[in-house]
Design a protein around this ligand. Structure first.
Ligand SMILES: Nc1nc(=O)c2c([nH]1)NC[C@@H]1CN(c3ccc(C(=O)N[C@@H](CCC(=O)O)C(=O)O)cc3)C=[N+]21
Length: 278
């Protein structure tokens, strides 16, 4: 089975649109982008487009590449104290000279719709999540929508990044999976991967995962955003060779990516609801 992230995302966005229409709320997302990286610009455009689709207001702050950490922090502070804004998303990666940790920690945890602030990562690791990072959150939604059992399953997460691998592991632990996190220093990576009932690949290498590395009947979730030899978007998984061996697999594009955006919209509405109660 091929997991259709695009379809589930559209379904969730349509439901959100209805909910927002009748909620009496006026949710608003602010994005911050520093510099002119074309990929980042494209992702931010997609996020604004999704906002428009569901009836979330959005505003974009664009700062020059040579902005200092202090200047970025000042912009974040403005957004923190603006009562009309419920969600703040600082597009990553930031330019190399910027103190990314300081910027992430400056975003008010109550507006941290990316779920990257230590308050929110701490809550997630304690099993009491508030804002969950959008990519792993979207993956959990896919597993639920497709009724893929996690309890008691052996889940292997390849990659230990702050935005995907680590929160993914925490969410799977919270969902009663037995979780292994692998990374560049893992010994016998193939053996670990081959033991997985649920394999989450967030490696960043085109077509790295081949049929020999996956267990027959496994569920394979591909978080990779890479280019193949023809410069076309492709995941970490060699889709053609793996798809017939597994019980379910996400394609790239059309798998995890659209769910990231849907989860961002859900987090923004959640934030607007929380702010309405304050
Ligand atoms: N603060 C922050 N939050 C993020 O959530 C964040 C970020 N920074 N930096 C970059 C990554 C990447 N990301 C994606 C979102 C949607 C797709 C997506 O929808 N992709 C489409 C394909 C789009 C295309 O055609 O290229 C798909 O997979 O079908 C992909 C990647 C969010 N990110």
């Amino acid at each position: 089975m091929i997991i259709n992230g695009k379809e589930i995302s559209e379904k969730r966005l349509a439901a959100l649109k209805e909910e927002i229409k009748t909620s009496g709320l006026n949710p608003c997302l602010a994005t911050v982008i520093v510099g002119e990286d074309p990929a980042s610009q494209m992702y931010v455009r997609m996020k604004h487009k999704a906002c428009e689709q569901v009836g979330i207001k959005s505003t974009g702050v664009v700062l020059p590449e040579n902005s200092t950490t202090k200047e970025i922090l000042a912009e974040v502070e403005k957004l923190n104290s603006d009562n009309l804004i419920h969600g703040i998303l600082v597009q990553l990666p930031l330019p190399k000279h910027v103190d990314t940790e300081a910027v992430i920690e400056a975003v008010s945890p109550e507006k941290d719709v990316d779920g990257f602030h230590p308050y929110n990562t701490g809550r997630l690791f304690s099993g009491m999540p508030e804002f969950v990072p959008c990519t792993p959150g979207g993956i959990m939604t896919l597993l639920k929508e497709y009724k893929i059992e996690t309890s008691g399953k052996k889940a292997v997460v390849v990659g230990r990044s702050v935005d995907v691998g680590r929160p993914m592991a925490a969410l799977l632990i919270n969902a009663d999976a037995t979780v292994t996190v692998c990374h560049s220093r893992t010994k016998n990576l193939e053996d670990e991967m081959k033991a997985a009932d649920i394999l989450i690949s967030a490696i960043g290498k085109a077509k790295f995962v081949t049929a020999e590395m996956v267990k027959s009947g496994a569920v394979v979730i591909d978080v990779g955003i890479n280019q193949d030899e023809n410069k076309r978007l492709c995941g970490d998984v060699d889709f053609e060779s793996v798809k017939d061996k597994v019980s379910a697999i996400t394609p790239v594009p059309g798998g995890v990516g659209p769910m990231t955006i849907a989860t961002l919209m859900e987090n923004t509405l959640k934030s607007a609801k929380m702010h309405a109660k304050l």
